[in-house]
Design a protein around this ligand. Structure first.
Ligand code: PGA
Length: 222
């Protein structure tokens, strides 16, 4: 069986209390899901919530990996406000790089994104590199790409599985990458249609990852 990724991108949502509730709830649900080894669940909370998520996952032996939503393009040092790969690797296995919201609101350039990929790889963190265009060049060393068409993000209007499959296939043909995830308004109702596509290896879920019942339903219905 091939690997399937289920990444939850909480974006800038949730307080400490809400996070504790989500974790307690998902803990019960993942034990009921009887997950196979091939299903990789990745939780990407805001930075300040990483430690509590990390401790909870360890304590309860949950089959959940952590990811950050970003990483500093610099090593640790005099970079106020940044979170370095050296620190992040104590908590995360993955990091999202180049999400369209970061490109749009924080004017991230391709050069910065390539630096982030370098830092991520040298820190032993697996980048999940987001693109919204099938032509975009993927930095060397990236193994996992998330294809997220802009119109599909947070809109309730997901891309068609056929289109997502065609883009994923092309991305794999043109780049030396291993996995492509689809992201953009994924719900439990349509996750199976993406997972059935031969070039798609998983989903990156925003809105529908905020409620544990919705996120676990996505994993269940894949
Ligand atoms: P969405 O977000 O599922 O709310 O559309 C996906 C993403 O932006 O990663």
């Amino acid at each position: 069986m091939r690997k399937q990724f289920f990444a939850a991108n909480w974006k800038s949502h949730k307080t400490l209390e809400e996070t504790k509730e989500w974790l307690s709830d998902i803990a019960l649900r993942v034990h009921e899901l009887s997950l196979s080894q091939e299903k990789e669940i990745i939780l990407c909370p805001p930075f300040p919530l990483l430690t509590i998520c990390h401790d909870f996952i360890q304590k309860h032996h949950l089959p959940i990996h952590l990811g950050s939503q970003d990483i500093s393009p610099f090593p640790d040092g005099a970079y106020t406000g940044e979170v370095s790969g050296k620190l992040l690797r104590e908590f995360v296995t993955y990091t999202i790089i180049g999400h369209s919201e970061r490109r749009k609101y924080f004017s991230e350039t391709l050069e910065q994104l390539a630096q982030k990929v370098q830092i991520s790889l040298s820190s032993g963190i697996e980048p999940i590199y987001c693109v919204s265009d099938k032509e975009e060049k993927i930095p060397e060393g990236v193994q996992i790409v998330a294809y997220e068409p802009l119109a599909a993000i947070g809109s309730g209007h997901p891309d068609s599985p056929d289109d997502a499959e065609a883009v994923a296939k092309l991305l794999k043909e043109k780049n030396n990458i291993r996995y492509v995830l689809y992201g953009g308004s994924v719900t439990a109702a349509d996750v199976a249609s993406y997972m059935q596509c031969s070039s798609l290896d998983g989903v990156l879920v925003g809105g529908a990852s905020l409620a544990p019942e919705d996120f676990s339903a996505i994993i269940q219905h894949a």
